[in-house]
Design a protein around this ligand. Sequence first.
Ligand code: GCU
Length: 422
Amino acid sequence: MKYTFNLLVFAMLFSITHSVTGQTVNYDESKVPNYSLPDVLKTNSGQVVKNSKEWETIRRPEVLDIFTKQMYGKTPAEQIKVSYEMLLENKKALNGKATSRQIKMSFENNGKKVDALLLLLLPNNRQLTEKLPVFVSYNFRGNHSTINDSTIVYSYNYGLYTEKGHPFWERGNQSSRWDYDLLIDRGYAVATMCYHDIFPDKPDFKEYSVASLFSDYPNSQLADDSWEAIGAWAWGSSRIVDYLQGVPEIDTERVAIVGHSRLGKAALWAGAQDERFKIVISNNSGSGGAALSKREFGETVKIVSNIKPAWFAKSFNAYRDNEAKLPFDQHMLIALMAPRSVYIASAAEDLWADPKGEYLSGVYASPVYNLYNLKGLENTKMPLYNKPIHNNIGYHIRTGKHDVTSVDWTFFVQFADQQFAR
Ligand code: GCU
């Protein structure tokens, strides 16, 4: 506790040089520039939308277009052929509590194929006729990392990222991030996939990504608004929902997406584009996710847009060291979820992701929820640690560092129970 306190005080008092990027990073609230956020309700032509219909027909399409053209890039409309192969079903997963299914999803176009491996867990303790709500969530280190279970097949592209024999190949090495027991006990199904299977997060591996399947690839990549990794991960999440629509046990009216960190950014972008996600949860998503860029606190546009391989469209580079010029900010991304539920989770020690900036995005997205008579985050005062706010916009700040823990999942499940009226 004392340690945490000291760390926070240290970080808040100083601007420090980030060891990896060599950039000066501001952690001093008093050095946050004066910024003004664009009014989410004000249209490009200067009118303020006054009801949900105007939001949906006028302003929402404009905001979606802004994020498409200036930040995440365009998701191609071309349909890619997909086939599914059930590799394995185990009715005794999780000590008999769950059934696991592993499905190979093969995306094919123009003679080229990309395979991705989905792991689906269904609670066994359910009525035969009952349809299950589901959490869709990518994992970082392969399906094998989420649970210590020898039946789990290794995700296809994980080897491109981490050499064999590395401790990350151990089964269950990241199981602390996957509280399957909690989810299954509470009657939720879970669908997870390694994000590298969709787009390997490593320079020069685009050829293995789904992006390489589209007919205009690679020429399309030259465009300023061409999608990059985040766009592709978002696309892949929607393909998981396509598959789930054919699973009789799943209630596709109750699909939640959860993403941590870079995958929290991708979850928000997926939720913005695909309204089948009824709850959209970003955990510690930070810069380029839930955090307001204009605060320039912690990770900045310059730093996050410099990641290799690129996560954002090239057009976003225009705002490096130039946040004041951004004609949008991340509260507008959060607003795109309305009237569906959205959740922003921060961690107290994760100043790199700017917890306050993450929270304020929810606050400034709230006027759109209010158009539907729904409740967002009502004031700029952040809640205490581990005391969630569960309105139609949810928020919590957990004690501890950048991570996804059982505490986060506990709050997500409470929120989902409430929003899905269970
Ligand atoms: C880096 C990056 C963040 C990102 C994080 C992660 O820290 O700067 O923007 O969220 O990686 O995904 O783990």
